[in-house]
Design a protein around this ligand. Structure first.
Ligand code: HPA
Length: 271
């Protein structure tokens, strides 16, 4: 993998005039709008980047975007990769390894998720303060490369407490209501049954989604501090469960996105 990362990094550097991002951002489903706040300098399509998996989802445009946001140099992935698309865990997390090799010091992640906590409603934001991995394997399975990180990485603070506190204080100043809680990752692509939503709540989840955790595990493996936030796009409350469609999810993500963008862009400015 070292060789593949090196090759990809060389290719990207040659096409971005050696641009050195300080912050990496992975934008979730329906949450690409942060890019419109950026002063974009370079934009590379995934299919043109060697070793990059190609996002198969139509609503994901699949671009790696370099530029500045509030004066900070950032690289943003517009279009993330999911396990349910058929990629391996190593493929999904390859871009995180590449962004780290390009020099990022922090990783920001957004996603759309279903609420499991009756106090967290559709349209709310939830800062992720911990997770439960229910995806079938870890991206670290297989031979460990000690140059990248330890065989048994610590996960006692998978999400930077310092960044969580800063974000909460930004949200308060801006008058944005923002929850915090535990994100459970599942494989998908089907949504959950009533019994599954009930189970996920019982085991300690506040929100459920199909992404984020693989990237966060790999970031922790490389000692890269993470900030992650969910837009709650539907309510997985078993007693009153209603059918949800991807259109509903995208619509809710779109409506709540400006609140999230405000928090992320101000948080980035503090780094
Ligand atoms: N379940 C799983 N993933 C999701 C959901 C959900 O209810 N909403 C958005 N992503």
């Amino acid at each position: 993998m070292f060789q593949a990362i090196h090759e990809t990094v060389q290719h990207i550097k040659a096409r971005t005039a050696q641009f050195e991002p300080e912050i990496g951002i992975i934008l979730g489903t329906g949450l690409g709008g942060l890019v419109s706040e950026m002063e974009v300098e370079y934009s590379l399509m995934y299919p043109n980047i060697p070793n990059f998996p190609i996002s198969t989802l139509e609503f994901h445009s699949g671009k790696l975007i370099f530029g500045t946001l509030n004066g900070k140099k950032v690289v943003a992935m517009q279009g993330r990769l999911h396990y349910y698309e058929g990629y391996s865990m190593q493929q999904i997390t390859f871009p995180v390894r590449v962004m780290k090799a390009l020099g990022i010091k922090h990783l920001f992640v957004s996603n759309a998720a279903g609420s499991l906590n009756p106090d967290f409603k559709k349209g709310d934001l939830m800062i992720i303060n911990d997770h439960i991995n229910l995806q079938p394997e870890s991206p670290l399975r297989g031979r460990n490369d000690a140059e990248m990180g330890p065989r048994f990485p610590d996960m006692s603070e998978p999400y930077s407490q310092k960044l969580i506190e800063k974000a909460l204080s930004i949200a308060e100043t801006e008058g944005i209501s923002c929850k915090q809680g535990v994100y459970v990752s599942v494989t998908g692509p089907n949504l959950e049954t009533r019994a599954e939503y009930k189970y996920l709540r019982v085991i300690g989840g506040d929100a459920v989604g199909m992404s984020t955790v693989p990237e966060v595990i790999v970031a922790n493996h490389m000692a890269l501090p993470v900030f992650a936030i969910s837009v709650l796009t539907d309510e997985g409350f078993p007693e009153v469960l209603k059918p949800v469609s991807i259109e509903d999810i995208l619509q809710t993500a779109h409506e709540a996105e400006p609140k999230m963008t405000k928090i992320l862009s101000q948080l980035i400015a503090t780094l």
